[in-house]
Ligand binder design. Structure first.
Ligand SMILES: Cc1ncc(COP(=O)(O)O)c(C=O)c1O
Length: 441
């Protein structure tokens, strides 16, 4: 597969052209030499007709979708997805009303607030709202009783849990509801022996952070529009990205996305399948040794270490002492993100975990909350209100002004506009939240 952006950037760096254009570093420096702006021949991300267009077409072929580049992460794509959903809803003569899993990333909240969209949180009865086990059956029942123009899923989540996107897509189609998926953690799912990518499971729109699981620079991401989705979503995708994106996208990141196309087209699927088997063998060994693991995606290993006698934070410290830096830890979880190019890393990880002495199980659990917090203001009203920053105990009865109070990875205890109740205090204490930004009294 050709790499037109990367080729252009390298050729420009190798040339002796005088750079009488931005950026101010003028190409001086090892990295800076490759850092360009939209000079002649470099194309333009939001009006792509040259090398960027060719590269995006390559990515579209690989993903089987209409694929657009983001140099500003999935965060940009999430805003664009919601704007596109709003445009589509407007054409149908409806306002944007989104039903969303509670594990939505905070960018979802900022997008909803910017667009003034309405949100309904999906929270299966009897489950803690801090877990997000959405099933097609639950979504079906929910959509029978409520109306929505779009459904927003986050799958995989930060802990490596995925939901049945295919079954939920079928339900959405029956109800005429657009399906948007935050697949920030799952770009690689397309290349598994059987694709588990949202574009192959019936989503209308999804975002992938290429940088999270593929060898791409931080900030590299894709917005995908399904070939089966309403045409407006494709025709307005670039405008949607431009609405929220910087007018100076990084060519370092665009070239990195371009190189990923070649990488994916040269045996990535085979390497991923082989690595999946190695990772499954490691997980089996850990489980037989007494560790409990969670999640169901091959490039994450999530350990629930309390039954082995440790908190996630202690386990992370132990691994750091052995030269291994995890992605995430909290009292209950340790998350390690893996790569098929680094299968040799599995051996030291395995040795470190298997040589850790087992201790008496820890019994402390996070406080459990079933009822969703009460929304007093919309996210838009709350984030645009005058606010103040107070100790958590002084916030009972007040309304959250900041986007979220995050806790277990990416599931908020509260989101903007919700009222802080006494039962939230033990959760704040458990997750070390000492201060909150609340709407001014
Ligand atoms: C589930 C989820 N969605 C979206 C994002 C935002 O992605 P990006 O960092 O590519 O903007 C993150 C970032 O961690 C995430 O975990």
């Amino acid at each position: 597969m050709r790499t037109p952006i990367d080729d252009f950037v390298r050729a420009y760096a190798a040339s002796d052209r005088l750079r009488m254009h931005m950026p101010g570093h003028k190409g001086a420096g090892d990295v800076e030499a490759f850092d360009l702006t939209e000079v002649q021949g470099a194309d333009s991300l939001y009006e792509a007709e040259g090398i960027i267009r060719e590269s995006e077409e390559n990515a579209s072929t690989l993903f089987g979708a209409h694929t657009f580049y983001s140099a500003e992460g999935s965060s940009l794509c999430i805003r664009a997805m919601l704007y596109l959903a709003q445009l589509w809803a407007a054409r149908e003569g409806k306002p944007l009303r989104v039903a969303a899993g509670r594990n939505a990333h905070k960018t979802f909240l900022s997008a909803v607030a910017l667009l003034g969209a309405e949100v309904d949180w999906l929270s299966p009865p009897g489950e803690s709202y801090l877990a997000c086990p959405l099933t097609a059956e639950y979504v079906k029942t929910w959509l029978r009783e409520h109306s929505a123009t779009a459904l927003y899923l986050t799958s995989p989540d930060y802990l490596g849990n995925t939901v049945d996107v295919g079954a939920i897509a079928t339900v959405c189609r029956k109800h005429g509801v657009l399906l948007l998926v935050d697949n920030a953690h799952g770009a690689y799912l397309k290349f598994l022996p059987v694709s588990r990518h949202p574009m192959d499971l019936g989503a209308d729109l999804c975002c992938d952070s290429a940088h999270k699981t593929l060898p791409a620079l931080t900030g590299a991401a894709y917005l995908h529009v399904s070939k089966a989705a309403p045409d407006t979503l494709r025709t307005h995708a670039k405008a949607a990205m431009a609405l929220f994106g910087s007018t100076s996208p990084s060519y370092l990141i665009l070239a990195s996305l371009d190189r990923v196309n070649r990488y994916l087209s040269e045996g990535y699927g085979e390497r991923l399948a082989a690595f999946g088997a190695q990772k499954a063998a490691l997980e089996e060994a850990l489980v037989s040794h007494g560790f409990v693991t969670a999640g169901n995606e091959p490039l994450k290993l999530t350990v629930l270490p309390k039954s082995y006698g440790y908190t996630g934070t202690e386990l992370a410290e132990y691994l750091r002492g052995r030269g291994i830096e995890p992605e995430f830890c909290d009292p209950d979880h340790l998350v390690l993100m893996l790569s098929p190019e680094r299968s040799a890393d599995l051996a030291p990880l395995r040795a470190a975990l298997l040589s850790l002495p087992r201790k008496a199980p820890r019994s402390t659990q996070p406080p459990r909350l079933a009822a969703l917090p009460q929304a007093v203001l919309t996210p838009r009203e709350a984030i645009l209100s005058p606010d103040e920053y107070l100790p958590a105990e002084a916030c009972v009865g007040r309304v959250l002004a900041s986007l979220t109070v995050g806790c277990p990875p990416a599931v908020p205890i509260l989101v903007s506009g919700e009222r802080i109740e006494p039962e939230h205090l033990p959760l704040f204490a458990y997750y070390g939240v000492t201060h909150l930004r609340v709407v001014k009294a």
